[in-house]
Design a protein. Structure first.
Length: 217
């Protein structure tokens, strides 16, 4: 970590090595460059829609021109969970927003309140994430790092922001239920394990209205 690539070397139109910022030469036959993603907003701009790191939409997926809706990777909106503006590039976000956009078109006024979740399969590892962990200041680890079966619970103060799980799908599914219900377990509850968390969530749900019955603005 803390090392970058300063340049690539090649011969006959093919890469032969990558030179690091420290001067180390790494032989290479192929280089994969990750440059991020930029939203395609040219059409929206031409149509006169508001644009700010994507096409700006409200909680019903309406753009600044109410008759035009936008969803998916290019849609930027004020997220109910973080209170900040986000643009999420995931299958889950796009499909959930599509369902809501369909309801908006048919006259419903639901606010977008889906819990974000993501996943990636890497060799024998299943990485699953739920929530948005930016701004976290502490975390709790559940499971065994050496066995590659663990979950990291991220907190901002006493609020659970999200969970990153490796080969612990049960933690991921429980995390989706907890965040969807608006339940933020204490770090002590997390350390007690999944059974204790399930019981605490059940108690919370018996005392609190379901999150989808609340109003998010």
């Amino acid at each position: 970590t803390g090392t970058s690539i300063s340049r690539l070397e090649g011969e006959d139109g093919k890469v032969t090595a990558a030179i690091t910022s420290s001067g180390e030469r790494l032989p290479a036959r192929m280089v994969v460059v990750g440059i991020g993603a930029v939203p395609n907003v040219e059409l929206a701009q031409a149509a006169g829609l508001a644009v700010a790191n994507g096409i700006r939409v409200d909680h019903q997926m309406r753009s600044s021109v109410p008759e035009i809706l936008a969803i998916g990777d290019a849609a930027s909106y004020r997220h109910w969970f973080t209170g900040g503006d986000v643009r999420l590039e995931s299958v889950q976000n796009a499909t959930d927003q599509a369902r809501l956009a369909a309801r908006t078109i048919t006259g419903h006024t639901d606010a977008y309140s889906a819990v974000p979740w993501f996943w990636s399969d890497i060799g024998d590892m299943k990485l699953q994430m739920v929530g948005l962990t930016a701004g976290g200041d502490s975390h709790v680890v559940l499971g065994d790092l050496r066995d590659n079966k663990f979950s990291i619970y991220h907190y901002a103060g006493d609020r659970l922001l999200g969970i990153e799980s490796v080969n612990r799908p049960g933690d991921h599914m429980l995390g989706r239920k907890m965040l969807s219900a608006g339940f933020s377990p204490t770090p002590q509850m997390v350390a007690a394990g999944p059974d204790g968390l399930k019981a605490a969530l059940a108690t919370f749900q018996n005392m609190e209205p379901a999150r989808d019955e609340r109003i998010f603005r």
